[in-house]
Design a protein around this ligand. Structure first.
Ligand SMILES: NC(=O)c1ccc[n+]([C@@H]2O[C@H](COP(=O)([O-])OP(=O)(O)OC[C@H]3O[C@@H](n4cnc5c(N)ncnc54)[C@H](O)[C@@H]3O)[C@@H](O)[C@H]2O)c1
Length: 275
């Protein structure tokens, strides 16, 4: 298996794309620390990984808590004695046009997509440097992997998402910066920007849709059905939205040894979407 012996952190892995990433990495032999804001879906992901013969533990809680990064990293070190793969996936959208967007709304989305990954990666710096020094002293070259999740909204902009687009653009800057800082430690730092992937975030808007509770906030998720149809027919050359498994496969490419000489890159996983 490609990831035998590796230890992976996946944030927001209780549902959607993060869940599929955790399952994929575990199916290739990685031991996974599964985070989600909501403990129940995080536990369910761990149960699914174990049922398939994999190894995983949960680290529930909000990634925006100031101490979360330290706790996430410590869980990997305490439970599995290593830290090889970090996937910054947790997030949510909270849309509105600029004149209706509150400071809280703008900041909350930056907190989850920018500040939280920054703190997780900062917490990982010390153990990564320590492991890298030891491996260098032993004459071994071991690659570690960071994959930050962005969006075509961050690369091309999207009306109604000035908070989210700003956050997802910042993820690209963080990725490129850390690729330069951590090359010396043999860490590949890359970014995957999704197009439209089928999750609760991109469900067709309907009167029957209940708002989703995200950390106590009632968020109305969804995309107008007509827009989804136009997207699929006119803007996505592959003709449909992606599945969570297809999204996870894009992330997986940056986690395997075949990508050891690729760093600081952004790939779009979106069926060829024009944006
Ligand atoms: N679905 C898409 O089309 C799409 C497109 C581009 C980018 N993305 C990005 O992909 C990632 C996953 O999105 P998804 O579509 O799977 O959404 P999702 O809502 O299905 O899953 C996101 C998970 O993150 C968790 N989460 C949210 N806030 C959190 C917090 N503060 N701490 C810990 N966990 C938290 C949620 O509880 C949820 O389980 C996000 O970063 C999202 O912005 C998704």
């Amino acid at each position: 298996m490609k990831l035998d012996g590796k230890v992976a952190l996946v944030s927001g892995a209780g549902r959607g794309i993060g869940r599929a990433i955790a399952l994929k990495l575990a199916s290739e032999g990685a031991r996974v620390v599964v985070n989600d804001l909501d403990a129940e879906p995080a536990n369910e992901t761990v149960t699914a990984i174990r049922a398939a013969g994999g190894v995983a533990v949960t680290c529930p809680g909000s990634v925006v808590e100031p101490e979360f990064g330290e706790r996430f990293v410590k869980t990997a070190l305490d439970e599995f004695g290593g830290l090889d793969i970090i996937i910054n996936n947790a997030g949510f959208t909270w849309d509105s046009v600029i004149q209706k967007m509150t400071d809280e709304q703008f900041q909350a989305v930056l907190d989850v997509h920018v500040t939280a990954p920054f703190r997780i990666l900062r917490a990982a710096a010390e153990p990564i440097r320590r492991f890298a020094k030891q491996e260098t002293d032993e004459g071994r070259e071991v690659f570690r992997k960071v994959v930050n999740i962005s969006s075509v909204s961050g690369l091309g902009g999207n009306a109604g998402q000035i908070n989210y687009a700003a956050g997802k653009a910042a993820v690209v800057g963080m990725t490129k910066t850390l690729a330069k800082e951590w090359g010396r430690y043999r860490v590949n730092v890359n970014c995957v920007a999704f197009g439209f992937i089928q999750t609760r975030m991109t469900q067709p808007i309907a009167d029957t849709n209940e708002p989703v509770d995200v950390g106590g906030r009632a968020i109305k998720y969804g995309v107008q059905p007509a827009l989804l149809d136009t997207l699929a027919k006119q803007q996505i050359p592959l003709g449909r939205l992606g599945t969570v498994e297809e999204a996870a496969n894009g992330v997986y490419l940056f986690c395997i040894p075949e990508s050891d000489y690729i760093s600081g890159q952004v790939i779009t996983v979106g069926g060829g979407i024009r944006f």
